[in-house]
Design a binder for this molecule. Structure first.
Ligand code: IPM
Ligand code: MG
Length: 363
């Protein structure tokens, strides 16, 4: 089978980590006989510098013609002026909206050999294995009105947390479907004691639960959830939540795994059902890390794991996805570490060496 993959390396360390995921992709291609046709495009600051906008219509069209998109990272100090007319991040938001990627899956798994590289007590984080399902195309990020203006009493600004029933239903369904393939526990996170959109969210979660009687549903308020993520993170299996809450909680949850450099993400346009194919965009959770760019330092594992998620959800190649995860475990067990997960007595390697070690294990 031939798969068309859009590759958008972006800014900072993006191109370096994407290059390593491409090595793994080529190794999988050689081994499985599947053909991957890569279509490169610009996004973020790289696109602003070349085309004056953070995402061109042609790049969006090219992504739409592919089975899936692999993205590095966007942003950097060069484009950070708060008054700038164009921002690298806008390109990412346009991709999410333009490609209908409403469900963002962010798995957080603590690997036994990395238990000591986090800032939390080993006993607290041992066994953590959760996925946050974050709504990605609604809420404060996209709600209207959204603007800033001048009044006689000074400046004002408004953002809107707006959700339709259909938007809430499909994301909570994604949470239930995913929980069904795992430990069958779904935590719906909202702020129903204050927000109207959260009250609708909670009602819909309760209504849907009658269709998923095999999954245990619980509700948590977002502030309490933020606390429990640190206090007893292993209680979570699947968390489903709206866009902004998910943005904040996933940065928090990422610290459980020791390094942002370990965490992948999938943004998909349908329900996550293993082995079925759904269009998606795959990217590491970490940003463009401009200070590390060009130094062969960045950890490519998050991007390689993101590629594994692409195989699982967009290409239906589940065995190959498992193979990549196993290869990563083996390389870590052999004691190889990038700077961000390094501890005494282990072997420090750079971005390229880590990519090559993993590719050689899958090949
Ligand atoms: C993320 C990032 C983005 C977001 C930024 C870069 C717009 O923080 O993917 O979590 O806020 O969604
Ligand atoms: Mg974020």
């Amino acid at each position: 089978m031939k798969y068309e993959i859009a590759v958008l390396p972006g800014d900072g360390v993006g191109p370096e980590v994407v290059a390593e995921a491409v090595k793994v992709l080529q190794a999988i291609g050689r081994r499985s006989g599947h053909e991957f046709a890569l279509h490169y495009g610009d996004v973020g600051g790289a696109s602003i510098d070349k085309h004056g906008v953070s995402l061109t219509k042609d790049t969006l069209k090219m992504c739409k013609r592919c089975h899936a998109v692999l993205l590095g990272a966007v942003g950097g100090p060069k484009w950070d002026d708060p008054l700038a007319k164009v921002r690298p991040e806008d390109g990412l938001l346009e991709l999410r909206k333009g490609l209908g990627l409403f469900a963002n899956l962010r798995p957080v798994k603590v690997l036994p050999m990395l238990v000591d590289s986090t800032s939390l007590k080993p006993d607290v984080i041992r066994g953590v294995d959760m996925v946050v399902v974050r709504e990605l195309t609604g809420g404060l990020y996209f709600g209207r009105p959204k603007r800033q203006w001048r009044t006689t009493r000074g400046r004002r600004a408004v953002d809107s947390m707006a959700y339709s029933e259909a938007e809430i239903e499909r994301i909570i369904r994604a949470g239930f479907e995913l929980a069904r393939t795992r430990r069958k526990k779904l935590t719906s996170v909202d702020k129903a004691n204050v927000l109207e959109s959260s009250r609708l969210w909670r009602q819909i979660a309760i209504e849907l639960s009658s269709q998923y009687t095999d999954v245990e549903l619980e509700h948590q308020l977002v502030d309490a959830c933020a606390m429990r993520l640190i206090q007893s993170p292993s209680q979570f299996d699947v968390i489903v939540t709206e866009n902004t809450f998910g943005d904040i909680l996933t940065d928090e949850a990422s610290m459980l795994a020791g390094s942002l450099g370990m965490l992948p993400s999938a943004s998909i346009a349908g329900l996550p059902q293993e082995g079925k194919r759904v269009f998606g965009l795959y990217e590491p959770i970490h940003g463009s890390s401009p200070r590390r760019a060009g130094q062969n330092m960045a950890n490519p594992i998050a991007t390689i794991l993101s590629f594994a998620m692409m195989l699982r959800y967009s290409l239906g190649l589940v065995a190959q996805a498992d193979g990549i995860e196993m290869a990563i475990n083996n390389v870590l067990e052999d004691g190889y570490r990038t700077y961000d997960i390094m501890s005494e007595g282990l072997k420090r390697v750079g971005t390229k060496e880590m990519g090559e070690l993993i590719s050689s294990k899958v090949a």
